[in-house]
Design a protein around this ligand. Structure first.
Ligand SMILES: [Zn+2]
Ligand SMILES: [Zn+2]
Length: 497
């Protein structure tokens, strides 16, 4: 192995270049950035500090990909709209290199695959756009521009805090491709989504080390006191920094050292609707899942469509998943790493199974509560396509810069109650035909119509013998009673429009 070792020009500590392809290294002692020219290095200034992100990886972590061992030799940390992610630079034992993208616990391993032959213009690409490359059709899944936060270890090119990355991630079934526009010509990286277990990753930051840095970390789920009102908010350090306080609805962002209020709210306006609250624990298949937060969603173009709730769940061993509650029942959903092989306006083909499109609608967030991996806000909207096969629902969500697929399966309310270990009053029963007591408070007054018809009939039949001899007083009295009887029914119908 062509290892090259020098003394740091700034502090004298030994700095290693393990990979012949590395152009830059950050001194592990004084954080000076060292550029390599031929067989000398020069100090080009101090690297900015990394953001503590609780990643289990570190420089010197190792693993196995497609039978070839690799070592993590460096990383670039980048910031974009949804937070911070890491690109870990890998050196394989055969001398080749690669990148392990680390997005809040979701990993993608890619290796350089040359320059793109006919790349699309970065500015022109929209989420879902198709691009043919290497005999495959690729679909744009994520288009983003990101700022370099900092780097460490050795890297194949020079970066500093002014460096900007422009990348498009493409998907094709279970394969992954990144088009990197950061350099002079777009470069292709190809690979697939992986887990640390599949990589047989070793030399991870040990749990004690991670928790020492994270403070009150307990199984990677932490409680934080809302800086606005003091209520407890449940979050996953490094993964869900975007918080909406369940108690006062203030928007809070959590970094390693502090929680900062982005938008302060005093009013307690959230105590409605959701059947499960942020912070609750669910036991599913012997695993503990924590409810981190919920979104109340609606279809803005169709007021008759009832609102629904989407609960974000987290389990340290499995990452994130969703529980969806509508007035017609519950679904459990997970985001797919493997995309449909084809999809159109009428159907999608996933794992050889054809799903038929049922709905296409715009979904809008109405309320946010708890912790999320991105800054979810009321008013945010995405286009959703719903494809069905039997009881399974394949959903595609698309915004201008992002597209993702998820698969949802129905679960019974009893099952959900079992997971929670308590009685569940779901929104379906909240919207069910109202009790008599509710008739006069407005809810469910639509049920009054048949009742009103029966009483009108009785009223008319009983009064017939007085009305028939053309007794105007009796006719008037009967008419007044009929109007009084129908008044609440018609009033409610009007209000319900
Ligand atoms: Zn140094
Ligand atoms: Zn609060």
């Amino acid at each position: 192995m062509a290892m090259y070792q020098v003394a740091c020009p700034a502090c004298g500590a030994p700095v290693e270049f393990r990979s012949a392809a590395s152009r830059m290294a950050v001194c592990g002692y004084c954080h000076s950035s060292l550029l390599r020219d031929a067989d000398s290095v020069r100090d080009v200034g101090r690297m900015a500090a990394l953001v503590e992100d609780h990643s289990p990886l570190q420089v010197m972590s190792s693993g196995l990909f497609d039978g070839t061992p690799f070592t993590v030799v460096g990383r670039i940390q980048l910031r974009y709209d949804h937070g911070v992610w890491n690109e870990w630079y890998l050196l394989f034992d055969d001398g080749s290199d690669g990148w392990l993208g680390d997005f809040a616990g979701q990993f993608v391993l890619t290796r350089p695959a040359g320059e793109a032959s006919a790349p699309p213009l970065f500015e022109r690409v929209e989420a879902g756009a198709r691009w043919s490359h290497g005999g495959r059709s690729w679909f744009a899944a994520d288009i983003r521009e990101a700022q370099c936060v900092a780097g460490e270890g050795e890297l194949p090119f020079a970066v500093d805090a002014r460096w900007t990355a422009r990348v498009i991630d493409y998907r094709s079934e279970n394969e992954f491709l990144t088009l990197d526009y950061s350099g002079a010509a777009p470069v292709v990286y190809r690979g697939r989504a992986v887990t640390l277990a599949q990589l047989q990753a070793q030399h991870l930051r040990d749990a004690d080390d991670v928790s020492a840095r994270a403070g009150r970390l307990e199984g990677r789920v932490e409680q934080l006191d809302c800086p606005a009102c003091g209520a407890a908010i449940t979050l996953v350090p490094g993964m869900t920094q975007h918080l909406t306080c369940p108690s006062c609805t203030s928007q809070v962002t959590a970094s390693a050292s502090q929680a900062e209020v982005l938008e302060r709210h005093e009013a307690d306006r959230l105590r409605v609707g959701a059947s499960i609250q942020a912070g609750e624990v669910m036991r599913i298949d012997d695993r503990v899942w924590r409810v981190l937060g919920w979104l109340r969603c609606a279809v803005p173009d169709d007021a008759s469509e009832p609102d629904w709730y989407e609960y974000l769940l987290f389990c340290p061993q499995h990452g994130f998943s969703w529980l969806i509650e509508t007035t017609t029942g519950w679904q459990r959903a997970r985001t797919l790493d493997r995309w449909p092989s084809t999809f159109s306006d009428s159907a999608a083909l996933l794992d050889g199974q054809r799903y038929t499109r049922r709905y296409l609608y715009r979904s809008e967030i109405r309320q946010v509560c708890g912790a999320f991996t991105w800054r979810a806000r009321a008013g945010d909207s995405t286009d959703v396509g719903e494809y069905v096969h039997g009881a399974s629902v394949l959903n595609v969500e698309r915004s201008a810069h992002e597209m993702s697929w998820s698969l949802a399966e129905p679960v019974s309310a009893d099952t959900v109650a079992g997971w929670l270990g308590r009685k569940l009053v779901s929104i379906a029963s909240q919207d069910a035909p109202a009790a008599i007591g509710d008739l006069f408070t407005g809810a469910g007054a639509g049920q009054l119509r048949p009742v009103a018809r029966i009483f009108t009939l009785i009223l008319v039949v009983l009064n017939l013998r007085y009305v028939l001899p053309f007794n105007l007083d009796a006719l008037f009295t009967t008419a007044v009673f009929v109007v009084l009887l129908w008044l609440p029914v018609l009033k409610w119908d009007g209000a319900g429009e």
